[in-house]
Design a protein around this ligand. Structure first.
Ligand SMILES: [Fe+2]
Ligand SMILES: [Fe+2]
Length: 284
């Protein structure tokens, strides 16, 4: 099958989020995260083979288990398109580093710069111990400030937790708590930061943070539902698993949401010549 997209963009990058790998054979909310991770990689490798990188924005393992990271490492090493990792609240930093020991910065955080053909991606660590909420301390802020001061190019920020309130109480209780520190840096380097990508909510979210656009895909396994009236419990729904295709131009960015498990027909709808559409006969 031909790829979904022709290459008429300057750079393509892929975001996957919330893969939640777990013990083989186990499911989460009726879905198999290990199978879904394989499905999403198969779909990307077949349809987005011109992508420069794949970035996974956290919740790599459902329970932060070393065995999940070992399987992930094995898969990553074999994948043709390079894969880079953020950690999320379901991860365990120590277990992660036992498998990926070279991925910490000088302060022990899982943060790094990924050079791209049009700028750089900066991956942030918003993990905190014994909490599902996100953290961004002075050390991480200083690292980001220092890093942004030394790069003179377009920056794409990737992190796990949501930075803007969804207005869904149980979701926002575990958002990034230290947004003020991140906001200070974003305000200072607004001209460089072109886009922010996060995960965590298992919802498709778009918006802006201090004027910088952000996007979050639904995730590759279980899906949430935006239940604004719910005060206590997270809500889930049987919605499609997704990943993001990010197409970068000099001045513009397009983000597609791909429902990679869709197995139905893709129909060729209508005629390509819009001038032949007839309002009176309703033919098109
Ligand atoms: Fe998650
Ligand atoms: Fe999360």
């Amino acid at each position: 099958m031909a790829p979904f997209f022709s290459k008429d963009y300057k750079m393509k990058i892929i975001q996957i989020t919330d893969i939640h790998l777990t013990t083989e054979g186990k499911s989460i909310l009726g879905r198999d995260p290990n199978l879904n991770f394989q499905n999403v990689l198969n779909h990307i490798n077949e349809n987005q083979y011109d992508a420069e990188v794949i970035i996974i924005t956290g919740d790599l393992s459902d329970w932060g288990e070393t065995s999940d990271y070992l399987r992930l490492k094995n898969i990553i090493e074999k994948n043709k398109i390079p894969i880079h990792l953020c950690i999320g609240n379901h991860d365990d930093r120590a277990n992660f580093l036992s498998v990926f020991p070279t991925l910490s910065d000088k302060n022990g955080f899982i943060q790094k710069v990924v050079k791209l053909s049009k700028g750089s991606a900066i991956l942030l660590d918003t993990w905190g111990p014994e909490t599902h909420a996100g953290h961004f301390c002075m050390n991480r802020k200083d690292w980001l400030r220092e890093t942004l001061s030394t790069v003179d190019e377009d920056i794409f920020l990737f992190l796990h937790h949501n930075i803007v309130d969804t207005k869904i109480k149980p979701v926002d209780q575990i958002k990034l708590l230290d947004t003020s520190l991140l906001r200070e840096v974003c305000n200072e380097f607004k001209d460089k930061i072109r886009f922010i990508f996060h995960g965590h909510c298992h919802l498709i979210l778009n918006g802006s943070f201090s004027g910088i656009p952000f996007y979050s895909p639904r995730g590759t396994n279980h899906a949430a539902w935006p239940a604004f009236q719910e005060k206590k419990f997270l809500s889930s729904a049987d919605l499609a698993e997704t990943y993001s295709v990010i197409m970068v131009e000099d001045e513009d960015i397009m983000v597609h949401t791909i429902e990679f498990n869709y197995r139905g027909e893709i129909k060729n709808e209508g005629l390509p010549d819009y001038n032949t559409w007839d309002k009176n006969s309703k033919e098109r």
